[in-house]
Design a protein. Structure first.
Length: 271
């Protein structure tokens, strides 16, 4: 039986993601400006990131004023209900800045530290991915009705399509490129979308066999990690660990262990 609280949290997350997605899609100014930088001069935050986070936190606070927040653009509060919202208002900021379509709104709700709700809204695809812990993952899009998600069937590693991302710190991305170079001959191919949330949704939807990245923050992966797991994917970090900033992996059960072992052997988690 679905927890009524979790169902309510899901509906609120879907509404907040939808509104933020519409704001970002329809309100993108032609002269979009860079408001600040994050980890390096090429890791940007736009005025629209900030506006979308304010919209999301404002809407949620109207309905649940005592919940906590952790947001990429600065929203941070402990709350008193045991519920914390983990928000990336615009995952794929550089894509958005350049007018590329691969970006998303990511909203997760945690209860006592465990993710129970995840929503990834991809406005330029017209797709919404969502999951409740223990209840599977679903999506709506150009197809008719709501689709139950399932990751890809088993495939040999050399037939696996895997996505990754690169950090904006030069030394880190150089090392990541070296790891990718060593992986490419062992896989079908590698993709790089520029949005962790989109990649995790694509693992859940069966569009990728796997995804890995170093340097992610909780807001980058909280919603997508739950959606991928509820679609049957395995997720983790280094062997025996959960996804973390050192390393995050999501893949089909047939690919996960072999990909994780290779990434460990190649030192994907360090310089």
């Amino acid at each position: 039986m679905t927890d009524p609280l979790h169902s309510d949290l899901l509906e609120l997350a879907k509404e907040a993601a939808r509104r933020a997605g519409e704001l970002l899609r329809d309100g993108r100014p032609a002269d979009l400006a860079v408001a600040a930088t994050k980890s390096s001069p090429i890791d940007v935050v736009t005025e629209m990131d900030i506006a979308a986070e304010k919209l999301i936190t404002g809407l949620i606070s109207e309905h649940r004023p005592d919940d906590g927040f952790l947001g990429e653009e600065g929203a941070s509060s402990a709350g008193s209900t045991g519920i914390r919202w983990v928000i990336d208002p615009l995952d794929g900021t550089v894509n958005y800045l350049y007018g590329l379509p691969t970006w998303a709104v990511s909203i997760a709700a945690e209860q006592d530290g465990e993710t129970v709700v995840g929503v990834v809204e991809i406005p330029m695809r017209g797709e919404t991915y969502h999951a409740l812990r223990g209840r599977g993952a679903r999506a709506t899009g150009a197809w008719a009705g709501e689709r139950e998600l399932s990751c890809r069937p088993p495939a040999p590693l050399d037939q696996a399509l895997v996505s990754t991302g690169f950090n904006y710190v030069t030394e880190v991305r150089t090392h990541q490129a070296d790891v990718a170079q060593r992986l490419i001959p062992l896989l079908r191919d590698i993709r790089r979308s520029g949005s962790a949330a989109v990649d995790l949704a694509d693992v859940a939807a069966g569009r990728l066999d796997g995804y890995y990245e170093r340097g992610l923050h909780p807001w980058d992966l909280a919603a997508g990690d739950l959606i991928a797991r509820e679609a049957g994917a395995l997720t983790g970090g280094r062997p025996g660990e959960r996804p973390a900033r050192e390393l995050a992996i999501a893949a089909t059960p047939a690919v996960f262990e072999r990909l994780q072992r290779l990434l460990e052997d190649f030192g994907a988690w360090h310089d």
